[in-house]
Design a protein. Sequence first.
Lengths: 325, 566
Amino acid sequence: MFGHLPFWPESASTNAGNVDALYIFLLLVSGIMTVLIFTVLTAFAVRFRRRKGQRAEQIEGSHHLEITWSIIPFCVMLVFYIWGAVIFFQERTPPRDATEVYTVAKQWMWKFEHEGGQREINELHVPAGRDVKMIMTSQDVIHSFFVPAFRIKQDVVPGRYTTLWFHATKPGTYHLFCSQYCGTEHSGMIGWVVVMEPSEYEAWMSGAGGNQPLAVTGQKLFSELGCVTCHRSDTQGRGPDLAGVFGKPVLLADGRTVTVDENYVRESILEPGAKVVQGFKPVMPTFQGQVSDEQLNALVDYVKSLAAPPSGRPANTNGAAAPQP
Amino acid sequence: MERLLLNLKVEKVRVMRMATAVVSDSGERETYLNAGYGIKSWLLTVDHKRIALLYLMSITFFFFIGGFFALLIRLELLTPSGDLVQSDTYNKLFTMHGQVMVFFFLIPAVPAVLGNFLIPLMIGAKDLAFPRINLLSWYLYIVGGILMVYTILNGGVDTGWTFYTPLSTEFLKTNVVSAVVGIFFAGFSSIFTGLNFIVTIHRMRAPGMTWNRLPLFVWAHYATSIIQVLGTPVLAISLVLVGLERLLHLGIFNPSLGGDPLLFQHLFWFYSHPAVYIMILPGMGIISEIVCCFSRKRIFGYTAMTLALLGIAVIGFLVWAHHMFVAGISVYAALIFSLLSYFVAVPSAIKVFNWTATMYKGSITYQTPMLYAFGFIGLFTIGGLTGLFLASLGVDVHVHDTYFIIAHFHYIMVGGMVMAYLGGMHFWWPKISGRMYPEGWGKLAALIVFIGFNLTFFPQFILGYMGMPRRYHSYPPEFQILNVLSTAGATILAVGYLLPMVYFMWSMRYGKPAPANPWNAAGLEWETHSPPPTFNFDEQPVVTWEAYNYDDMGEVPEREESPVAH
């Protein structure tokens, strides 16, 4: 909208327009406030400068005035708050059927893996006009995924997943910055987000040489690592059946309920004793140090693929799953 | 009628006291400065005024070290490619610039120098409640300072001033531990100063100096001290934990050892956000004194101003996670901390409006301290309003960790706090040194600082919204024009900061001797000699008037142009 102005960042996502609108509103209101205060200061400084034979008039104060210039600004600030909160809430609520990209950040590069198994480094190809969700983790220190043209940012934290999503609107090539200081080459941890027309994107994806879809890689790992011996689709396994659990709440042994999301699956692989599902014993060994972040992503994507009932296996929730609220 | 009589009586008492000052000024009066000349008389002094001067020299030293790092940063950023220094060096420069400026200049500057010097004078006391602890504070600061200098000379540290984990605990090879221990010591210096002020303000006030007659400068330091005493221990323990994880590999913050990296951020900002108010509240105290004096007015809304100071100190403890909106905290936590951040804006707004209202129907003159006060109010307004941008979640996600943040907090810290500090130094310099500074040079320097500051930091707001991340050694070329402007501003700013140092030192030898009350200002500190005797007052002052009783004071005296002593 304001992209043609000098010193204004390009806007290439649905979110960018929302943030720009709020920013302009903030600029206007605070601009008016600044001009007002500066004008009054200047006016007082000139009007009440010292003059011969004129003394200052002592004024105690005025609670009415003080209350006025507390309440009115506060009401305006509430508008800033609510408007900002609404945008933030949208930014943090990924749509259900978004295209997912797994991201592993490390000193000092970005590694991406698409659901189709295509891998990229420091360059991310995404389609215009579609929702894209980034599922991100770091191999070492905290990084931050920042695309100014989309007006979005999310720290990428080791030991857990953080997510963000965007809906790119305009094909083009945009800066991807690491915005959280991460050591020597922090300022070199720059990549590009390439937004393509959907048809070009499909062509690019098929030519990008993904060996096999991420979920298939995950499925292979699932049997290689022996997960499949306990997490069986019948009710005889020592671990809960994983079909259909993703995205659903489960009841834990200690009475709490958690929703099965990327972070829960990840935690259950690395730290199986942390949140044991009710009806099962904490017998699972940890896989900490045995699976890489990329392999974790594949496993997570595999578990996720089990959630969709039409994809083969029926969503069989046994006694482990919590009753629906 | 009764009030008039009382005023007359006060006037009489005051005239008598001034008279004794003038008489003894002509002789070889003993002051805190000539009470002893040996190095021991300074290093073992328990006089709050001498300790204030020890602090003044130490923080000035660190201010110029930190400033030197800043200039190197700005020089590097003149061009997009990283060509002046290497990446590791650049990372050390911004880290040490931040650590030195925050922990060794901004936090101690006003409390330990002006607060130390003035609080006993303002409340009519002979000294602080614990003079020896006061000296201990300075020594702790010096131990911390020596460790910081060791850190710098031994190759520096590159954690960023924020020490984010696990980068600081696991991945960097630099002098993290010595920096952490140095800041730990500086923190305890700050705790002891705060403790000393709280007890002093409670227990040492002169007869008649009731709580609602305290100058706002004292109230501001009271509020600051509460934060120092309650907040700093949290910083201390988080830094100890960083040291422990680094040395012993305890899993506290590092996820690969089972720790939680966000825990560190919570602990760090639980102190470091209130620390912003440690830096700015004393500055607000200074500005209140200056605006009243040079408007010849009592403060507009004394009660609201004190409540605002305390309100900022208390609410300031509840907003720390607004530094972490994109760090991975829950959406609901972010929503609450965003709202709380707006609550802290209300008392800040009251202060700006009330200072402005104080000038209404005043009799305003424009000596150097008043110029700094104007600068403070203007720049603090911009800094505060851009804070509203950052508290707004939708905008914060975009501008977090960009130059927008850098510009915002420099408007508060440098535009606000350093302006106030310089204003205060000019205002009380006659009292501290017994000499007048050259007014013309003072005004010129204030103007240069104002212009240089805005040229340095205003372009950074625009850079930030364009998306230039902070802590970048090299940057894409589209950001260059604004960076060049910023660097140009920084060189002007440097001149503006060097000038006062030069003419303050000059004035100590050549400046005109200052009378007891060169501004005709209200406040007990102006009722004793310039410079004050070791025990501050010839006789115990008794207070029968409210703060800022400028109705009794007349005008700011006119002075002839020549600043030189004859």
